[in-house]
Design a protein. Structure first.
Length: 273
């Protein structure tokens, strides 16, 4: 099983106050980070996770396998400043370089929901450096997709090279649910969207974590409706009475009305009604 050290970079710029993802972009990110952390530690208890903010450039949690420590730091994040994409990645790379377990693979997961002002050449130069040091990067691009998609897609393409598949990008926009995201860079609109967090560098399929829902709550309404239907079906089966004859089955109560627990089987015996 692959061991991995991961630094999660959270965008906490002022753009995270926007409410296009419920309740805000920042709180939606927190749900996603929560699932990523649990996914990593479930894959291998020795995996370590760190937390970094791209707005204030603070390392809130160093590499650790204690998820509670990371999550407690996560919920203290407040929006401030502007996103520092290149500087944040460099800090994350430095944290991975000084990890205690040198046999761990390295990965950076970046949430980007603000416009990136960095020069394209600087972004490509950093991608080549990360590729040389064998650092994989997963990017979740949401909110400001029109400004960032091209830059981030080129960044991941440079990281992967011609044959590499270790780094991923998912671009999220508001729209129909994304059912099956692929490994290649593509647009994934969704009320419930998938965060690509590979369990390990050799994992054939990245873990898809459903989170970050927007204003439309149809998914949750459908889920509650199915749950109520299953509950009704279970109640019908529980209250059904099978009399002594296999040929005669009588429902002793109806949903929505008062239960009648008397079994009217005149000629058959063996029913406890």
């Amino acid at each position: 099983m692959v061991l991995e050290s991961t630094v999660i970079c959270v965008d906490n710029s002022e753009y995270m106050r926007n409410g296009d993802f419920v309740p805000t972009r920042l709180l939606a990110q927190q749900d996603a980070v929560n699932m990523v952390c649990n996914s990593k530690t479930r894959a291998n208890p020795e995996n370590t996770v760190a937390l970094l903010t791209l707005g204030s450039l603070k390392v809130l949690s160093t590499l650790t396998n204690e998820v509670g420590k990371v999550l407690s730091s996560l919920h203290s994040i407040e929006p401030e400043g502007e996103v520092n994409f290149l500087t944040g990645i460099k800090i994350a790379q430095l944290a991975l370089k000084h990890r205690q377990s040198k046999n761990h693979k390295t990965r950076i997961i970046i949430f980007v929901g603000s416009p990136i002002d960095s020069d394209e050449k600087d972004i490509q130069r950093l991608a080549k450096k990360l590729k040389k040091e064998k650092v994989n990067v997963d990017i979740v691009n949401f909110g400001e997709t029109e400004d960032n998609t091209e830059k981030l897609t080129n960044f991941v393409s440079t990281l992967n090279g011609k044959e590499g598949t270790g780094s991923h990008i998912v671009t999220v926009s508001i729209g129909p649910t994304c059912q099956t995201p692929s490994r290649s860079p593509r647009s994934c609109p969704g009320r419930i969207w998938a965060v690509w967090a590979a369990v390990g560098s050799t994992s054939s399929t990245p873990t898809r974590i459903q989170t970050l829902h927007s204003h439309s709550g149809s998914h949750w309404r459908n889920r509650d409706r199915d749950k109520r239907k299953r509950t009704r079906d279970q109640e019908v089966r529980r209250r059904s009475c099978l009399c002594g004859s296999r040929r005669q089955r009588r429902l002793v109560s109806t949903l929505g009305g008062r239960a009648d627990r008397t079994c009217h089987a005149d000629e058959l015996s063996g029913c406890g009604g």
